[in-house]
Write a protein that binds this ligand. Structure first.
Ligand code: ATP
Ligand code: MG
Length: 557
């Protein structure tokens, strides 16, 4: 369900590079990839990367692979891998051919490591991790060579084969690229390319006890898949020389080029799988798909639309400068999509009882589901002697300019009569618990004679409405950058009021809505039936996706 018009892509430096490559004949078509590690659910930053990589492939009639970077067996799971595939598809993209896995290349990666050893470009090192850190040097100081750096090719081949055969304990040895311990770029100071780790792998099981490192794996996987433009985030800029070094020194014909753009950061939330996992494990949210989470599954459950998220990523753009984005940009993109696709119905989320003293029985009138989309159809709106309105549409002592209900005042009930409030009934504490009102019978679909009634409020007839659980969400954090201060745990900034569950009423017409059905509740915002808890024809559960930008003021009756 999406109606966002086709919009022309915003140009960016990556498109400029691609245009140049195609014009110069360096490539006849492009191949990109999205390479997540299956160690968590995807978040809004990944959504941007997905839209970029799959979007480029679409625009240039190329291909985009989905490749799992599954080189860290302890942290990875099938649940995560499945959720990632579901998220990519839900966003509206389809990868080329089968899903790829770095683990598909474990044999190739092993043989390429043997090739590097044979060329004198890799060696087995016995330094402990602490020693290795010491030898690495600092940003200001060159590192120094490991005493094992000059092992012979034959020794290295033998030791590496024995690492693979499981002869050494975890961490006892690593295979390192032999580059330059004095390089100003620390990534080039003989980086480890294989480590010993007895861990069960989600795809290769216990076949391997050595696993290749990310930097080594990534460039080779890109090359084996014929990727033309390998797009990643800026923190990998300093890894690019290593990416190129590995490919320059191996007998692989293809040499993809890496381009870096800045990570998306969204204010009032966090974009790090590790930290999101902390929220899930700490039960600070209900799960990865908690509608307050910036995960794709959380945004989905909250009611965000794929088209809205795609439009958001188009608007935030691709560049190398900081990409710290106001939540309002996301909400604006979502709201615009929902405005066009969501039928409108009435709900009352903070009910105040109203008794109509001069009406008996029931009456129904037809009303549109959307003022600009007659094709959405119409439904019957009921009126009766017992109503609910929003409690804050009534004020006993109204502020200046008040257009809603007050004692002795009149308003128009949306799609219905003009109503006057005659009496407010209070409980022992003095809170208004019920209004006694009367209607002007001559005002059904007609203006009253001799006076103007400005305010319009929504209502439901209790006899016809259905009770519903309504979940109102606010920002997950109380500050714009919860993880900016390394000294303070970001969990300290969780917003205690980020979830407010209320019991409200909805029009009966939503009773048979399937999970993930979106509505505008007039004057209140956009809502979506919950994917997990809402039952079609049973328990009704709505998530507030986003509020309305402009408070609903005057509309036709
Ligand atoms: P995290 O720190 O959240 O785990 P990651 O970069 O380690 O993120 P990966 O699974 O390795 O997560 O990411 C897959 C792809 O998504 C990478 O190409 C990465 O650059 C991109 N990506 C991750 N986070 C962002 C972000 N905030 N903005 C844009 N792209 C991102
Ligand atoms: Mg990563």
């Amino acid at each position: 369900m999406s109606s966002t018009p086709l919009v022309s892509p915003v140009s960016n430096f990556i498109r400029t590079v691609i245009d140049g490559d195609l014009a110069a004949g360096r490539h006849s078509s492009i191949v990109t990839r999205f390479p997540p590690e299956p160690n968590g659910y995807l978040h809004v930053g990944h959504a941007k990367s997905i839209c970029l990589n799959f979007g480029l492939a679409e625009d240039y009639h190329g291909k985009c692979n989905l490749r799992f970077d599954d080189t860290n067996p302890e942290k990875e799971s099938c649940e995560y891998a499945l959720s990632i595939q579901e998220d990519v598809r839900w966003l509206g993209f389809q990868w080329d051919g089968a899903v790829h896995w770095a683990s598909d290349y474990f044999d190739d990666l092993y043989h390429y490591a043997v090739e590097l050893i044979g060329k004198g470009l890799a060696y087995v090192d016995d330094l402990t991790p602490e020693e290795m850190r010491e030898y690495r040097g600092t940003l200001k100081e060159a590192g120094k060579n490991s005493p094992y750096r000059d092992r012979t090719v034959a020794d290295n081949l033998d030791l590496f084969a024995r690492m693979k055969a499981g002869e050494f304990a975890d961490g006892a040895k690593v295979l390192r690229a032999k580059i330059d311990m004095a390089s100003p770029n620390i990534n080039m100071r003989d980086p480890a390319i294989y480590r010993i780790r007895r861990a069960h792998h989600i795809r290769t099981g216990d076949k391997w006890c050595i696993y290749p490192m990310y930097d080594y794996t990534h460039c080779i996987s890109d090359a084996l898949e014929g990727i033309t433009h390998s797009i990643c985030t800026l923190e990998f800029e300093d890894h690019r020389p290593l990416y190129d070094w590995v490919l320059d020194n191996l007998s692989i014909a293809c040499h993809p080029r890496q381009y870096e753009f800045s990570r998306l950061e969204l204010q009032y939330t966090i974009t790090s799988k590790r930290k999101l996992l902390q929220l899930v494990n700490g039960k600070l949210v209900s799960g990865w798909d908690d509608p307050r989470m910036p995960t794709i599954s959380g945004m989905r459950r909250r009611g965000y639309t794929p088209a809205g998220i795609r439009e958001f990523s188009r608007r935030v753009g691709v560049s190398k400068s900081s990409n710290n984005v106001d939540m309002a940009i996301m909400e604006g993109a979502i709201r615009e999509d929902l405005e066009a696709i969501a039928p409108r119905v009435v709900a009352v989320i903070n009910p105040l009882k109203v008794t109509i003293t001069n009406f008996e029985g029931a009456l129904t009138r037809e009303a549109d589901f959307h003022p600009n989309h007659p094709e959405f159809g119409r439904r019957m709106v009921a009126f009766g002697s017992e109503l609910v309105i929003e409690a804050d549409d009534f004020s006993e002592v109204p502020p200046a300019g008040w257009k809603r209900l007050t004692l002795g005042g009149e308003i128009r009930l949306r799609h219905s009569y003009v109503m006057r409030c005659d009496e407010a009934i209070k409980d022992a504490e003095g809170r208004v618990v019920e209004l006694r009102c009367s209607i002007d019978h001559a005002t059904l679909g007609k203006n009253p004679e001799g006076r103007k009634v400005k305010g319009v409020i929504h209502f439901l007839s209790v006899q016809h409405a259905l009770p519903a659980e309504i979940r109102l969400y606010d920002r997950l954090f109380t500050v714009a950058s919860p993880d900016a201060d390394k000294e303070v745990d970001f969990c300290n900034y969780l917003n205690p009021a980020s979830l407010n569950v209320v019991q409200g009423w909805v029009e009966a017409v939503v009773q048979d809505a399937a999970p993930e059905t979106r509505y505008q509740f007039e004057r209140l915002g956009y809502f979506c039936t919950d994917r997990r808890d809402h039952q079609q024809g049973g328990r009704l559960v709505f998530n507030r996706t986003v509020t309305l930008k402009d408070s609903w003021t005057k509309e036709q009756n």
